[in-house]
Design a protein around this ligand. Structure first.
Ligand SMILES: [Zn+2]
Ligand SMILES: [Zn+2]
Length: 321
């Protein structure tokens, strides 16, 4: 009798072990993360299921090349479940109603077109109204906030974030993004494409290193694609999303123009549901709008990708507007 009960207990224990091992293996296979994951709340389960369906379309993070961001700054990344936990299960869209873009300083006609298209794209990407604020001059820059490096004028990002954007930040803005054409440096690195504060809802990025959009149609598209990448990357930080380490993803850190150009414009299956959930964006509508934008602007690889993603997200039923 006692032996039977012992065997029974061993069998139950064994089954439980197999169950846990299978769950851990499955989580690792699906997310690339081995740490125990917080449970996904019931309200976000639908997003988690949709994210699992698009997983096969996204490429796992390739091995680092010497000098890449993760080679220099090893970061662990963050799963969708960890993000929800970090936001105390409160989507940002419930507290804020828009994302604001604040052009700062001089822009020529072509650069203004890039700004306008960036606004349009961000509205599709985050599913939140994006307000383009009246341009502002940078005014008198204090001596500690400007410098010349390799004969290029640079402005200090922390000065723009703390002294220009924060004082005028609107209460209902999920994020305020300063847009400049001058080069930027953050104090501890030589230069940056952009910089954002995860907690203060302010960020700034520059068109300076994105190429000359006036040179040709191809150069315009390249400058647009680069600007869009920085825009959604920095705004992602402002939504509390850290760098991604699991997939080839627009939330990957980058240390060079070349590393940034290698990364896709879209977020991966761990980062994309963070937007769906936090901005209360409809995944199918979002994907359809991104596809329309990419087709309109001649962003061919992106259009091809979103066409495939849309097919999966909408269960093969693709409705054209
Ligand atoms: Zn970043
Ligand atoms: Zn990602």
């Amino acid at each position: 009798m006692r032996v039977t009960r012992l065997l029974g207990l061993l069998a139950v224990g064994g089954l439980a072990y197999v169950g846990i091992a299978w769950w851990t293996w499955r989580t690792e296979m699906e997310t690339g993360y081995s740490a125990p994951q917080p449970a996904i709340p019931q309200s976000a389960q639908g997003f988690s299921d949709k994210a699992n369906r698009i997983r096969s379309l996204h490429e796992k993070k390739r091995p680092n090349q010497p000098g890449d961001w993760l080679d220099r700054f090893p970061e662990g990344g963050q799963t969708f479940a960890q993000y929800i936990q970090s936001r105390h299960e409160e989507p940002l869209r419930d507290s804020y109603s828009s994302i604001d873009i604040q052009p700062l300083g001089e822009f020529d006609e072509t650069q203004l077109q890039i700004v306008k298209k960036t606004q349009e794209f961000m509205e599709c990407f985050f599913g939140v109204p994006v307000r383009l604020l009246q341009s502002r001059a940078l005014g008198e820059i204090p001596s500690h906030a400007c410098r010349t490096r390799n004969e290029v004028e640079q402005v200090l990002t922390t000065w723009i974030l703390d002294d220009i954007l924060k004082p005028d930040r609107s209460e209902d803005a999920m994020a305020v993004i300063g847009l400049v054409t001058c080069d930027l440096w953050p104090g501890d690195l030589n230069w940056v494409f952009g910089s954002a504060s995860l907690h203060e809802r302010v960020g700034v990025w520059s068109l300076h290193r994105n190429g000359d959009p006036r040179a040709s149609d191809e150069a315009f598209r390249l400058c647009l694609r680069r600007t869009l990448k920085t825009a959604v990357h920095e705004t992602g930080h402002m939504l509390g999303i850290p760098h991604c380490a699991a997939y080839e993803c627009c939330m990957n850190g980058s240390r060079s123009r070349e590393e940034c150009d290698r990364q896709p414009l879209e977020f991966c299956p761990e980062c994309q549901p963070k937007i769906w959930w936090s901005c209360r964006a409809d995944p199918v509508k979002r994907c359809q709008q991104l596809l329309d934008f990419a087709e309109r602007e001649g962003l061919k690889p992106e259009a091809d990708f979103w066409r495939r993603e849309l097919k999966i997200l909408s269960n093969g039923i693709v409705s054209r507007k």
